[in-house]
Design a protein around this ligand. Sequence first.
Ligand code: F6P
Length: 325
Amino acid sequence: MAIKCIGILTSGGDAPGMNAAIRAVTRAAIYNGIEVKGILRGYRGLITNEIVPFKTNSVSNIIQQGGTMLKTARSKEFQTTEGRKIAYETIQREEIDALVVIGGDGSLTGARIFAQEFNLPIVGLPGTIDNDLQGTDLTIGYDTALNTIMQAVDKIRDTASSHERLFFIEVMGRECGFLALNGAIASGAEAAIIPEKSMEQDQLADLISNGFRKSKNSSLVLVTEGDITGGAMAMAERVKKEYPQYDVRVSILGHVQRGGSPTASDRILASRMGAAAIDALLDGQRNVMIGIQNDEIVYVPFSKAIKKNKPLQQDLLDTLKILSI
Ligand code: F6P
């Protein structure tokens, strides 16, 4: 069936570069003679029928903006069969032939189920600061968040070294250590405590027994949020009890990591991926996420993209360890 009209939505946690992706999808679709409808508030907008027709100038002046002009949500109703049925009725009524979904793990899981249930063509774009989707080297928003973390850690370093303190800095990432690990390398921190290593090793005990960085009196340690590592607070509590000689502080970076104008890398990635989403649909691709591997656009089946435990490159772990002597 020829695709005459697509719907586009952003879902889950927002990420810088989502607007650049919305712009690219919209413009590439119109360029190819396809009509575009913006769906507000993610999947919820399909249930509540919040649909706006998009023209080329609907997406003017947004490439540089963080957040998502389509708004976003984590819809509980869409997780039910009944909710998805209502959503599909909207798709039929609006004569939408295919969907482009920009979001992370949860959003693409929803896309996969929806596509299967109603035989609807859906293409996903990886939009999340966590970089936790498989089959793509990078996700939209990750580079910007990494830069935000780096800038924050640079500032914390000033006060940490002045007071000769040990800082635990908590970063986002859910169950995934990319932001902590690469954030630590980029900011010259001593270590990253990440979920991927938490099962096999007491990372804090290792750090302490190595004396942190022996040549310095202050130390910066990035910690991935969440139950697996326990987060920065838990680390600090442990140090206070077990190693009272350290002057410890905690800084939780929080949602500041999700905001801000996207970096050039994220804008370019989002633009390439957005255009590729339309190519994919015109090519007859269904139920795939657009990924990037070795700087080439690839199609990744949803089932692969949403698999947990994306591997971290060992050389990143080694580099951080070697450089923090
Ligand atoms: O998935 C993106 C993310 O920012 C995670 O890193 C974090 O765990 C979560 O979303 C926070 O979600 P919320 O904004 O709903 O608190």
